[in-house]
Structure formats: structure tokens, C-alpha cells
Design a protein around this ligand. Structure first.
Ligand SMILES: CC(C)(COP(=O)(O)OP(=O)(O)OC[C@H]1O[C@@H](n2cnc3c(N)ncnc32)[C@H](O)[C@@H]1OP(=O)(O)O)[C@@H](O)C(=O)NCCC(=O)NCCS
Length: 175
């Protein structure tokens, strides 16, 4: 499946699928991200991961909303997304998510690789993000790319007042 995976910039017509992925990946997030605004925000870079329709798993078995995927007839099938912001010489990962039925298939890894290569092209010095200490899957993903914990934001998450770990990848030597 991964050989058929394509990472590209998010377009307006992708937003309904991306919203369904965000709801899947962050069930407690409210309100949803305004991806239509993000697409046009100057500092924002929105990516999606898509696969050809023949590789679609049976969506009726999707755990979220009886298999609702947000996909319209004719659209490719989107299985992951990310939003990053470029601020000064730093890339900030705002959000990354993969559809639940497609987890642990290397999609997150492909998206992070693309974020890193885009950041190198833009001469960013580092990539930074916040992550919940309880989010083992995400922490392991970032560690795989050599992101290091560089600090903590106290009571950062408003839903349960969990602290955030700040993780950074220094990319200035990768140019
Ligand atoms: C974090 C997330 C994007 C990872 O996506 P994914 O496509 O499943 O990740 P990959 O298959 O590319 O995994 C890459 C590596 O991440 C780590 N990893 C991913 N999921 C993991 C899990 N459940 N447990 C432990 N390690 C995990 C592993 O090191 C894995 O490499 P391996 O498969 O060779 O062991 C996905 O779990 C997700 O969407 N989570 C909900 C949203 C979220 O928490 N986003 C991050 C907010 S900071």
C-alpha cells in the first residue's frame, strides 16, 4: 500500500475527509480545525496522504460514525494529514493525524519525512511540536526521527490540564 501512497498539499475539496480524520484522531477536540482557513494562511503548510481507491479498506468496518469517511464520489481516499506553521526559522507541527483503520502502516512516518524535507528546503533550523506525555504512539514516532524532549508546558491541554512535552528536531546540520 505504501508504494501507492502520495503526499501532497491539501486542497479545499479534501477538507471533508480531513475533518473526518481529525475527529477520528482527536475525538475530544472541539471545535474542529478550520482547515479552509489553514490552507490559505501564509505561514501554514497543510499536507494530506492519499491512496488510490482500489486500496480502500472496507469503510463499513471503520470505527468512527458508522464508516463515514467524508469522501465524495470521484475523490481519492485520504488517510492522513498534517498542518505545520513556518515561523521565523522554525517549523511548528500544529497537527498530524492518521485514520484509525490505517494506523501502524507507516503513514505517520511518511508524513513526518515530508515535513522534514519541506523544512530543509525552506531552510528551517528546527521543527518543534507539543505532545501529551500520555501519547506514547506519537512520542515514539517523533523519537524515531530523533526529536528530543527540550521542555514542558505546564497544564497546556485545556480538556484535562495535562502538561505538554515540547519536542524539537534540530535540522540545521541536515542541509
Ligand atoms: C501518532 C500517529 C500520527 C502515528 O501514525 P501512524 O501512521 O500509525 O505511525 P507509523 O505507522 O508511521 O509509525 C511510525 C513509528 O511510530 C511509532 N508508533 C506509532 N504508533 C505506535 C504505537 N501505537 N505504539 C508504539 N509506537 C508507535 C513506532 O516507532 C513506529 O515505527 P514501527 O512501526 O517501525 O515500530 C497516529 O497514532 C495518530 O494519528 N494518532 C492520533 C493523533 C495524534 O496523537 N497525533 C499526534 C499529536 S502530537
Amino acid at each position: 500500500m505504501l508504494t501507492k501512497l502520495k503526499i501532497r498539499s491539501m486542497k479545499n475539496q479534501d477538507v471533508s475527509q480531513v475533518l473526518s480524520i481529525e475527529k477520528d484522531a482527536f475525538p475530544n477536540l472541539f471545535p474542529s480545525t478550520n482547515f479552509r482557513t489553514e490552507i490559505y494562511r501564509k505561514i501554514s503548510n497543510c499536507l494530506i496522504a492519499e491512496i488510490p481507491k482500489d486500496f480502500l479498506l472496507n469503510t463499513s468496518t471503520f470505527p468512527y460514525r458508522n464508516g463515514y469517511t467524508g469522501q465524495e464520489t470521484g475523490d481519492s481516499f485520504i488517510i492522513g494529514y498534517s498542518v505545520t506553521w513556518e515561523i521565523a526559522d522554525e517549523t511548528h507541527i500544529i497537527s498530524i493525524g492518521v485514520r484509525r483503520r490505517y494506523l501502524r502502516r507507516g503513514i505517520g512516518e511518511k508524513i513526518i519525512s515530508k515535513i522534514i524535507s519541506n523544512s530543509i528546503k525552506k531552510s528551517s533550523q528546527s521543527i518543534t511540536l507539543e505532545v501529551r506525555p500520555s501519547n506514547n504512539a506519537a512520542i515514539k514516532l517523533y523519537e524515531k526521527f530523533d526529536f528530543k524532549v527540550v521542555g514542558k508546558r505546564h497544564r497546556y491541554y485545556s480538556d484535562n490540564l495535562e502538561d505538554a512535552l515540547i519536542m524539537t528536531l534540530n535540522i540545521q546540520n541536515k542541509n
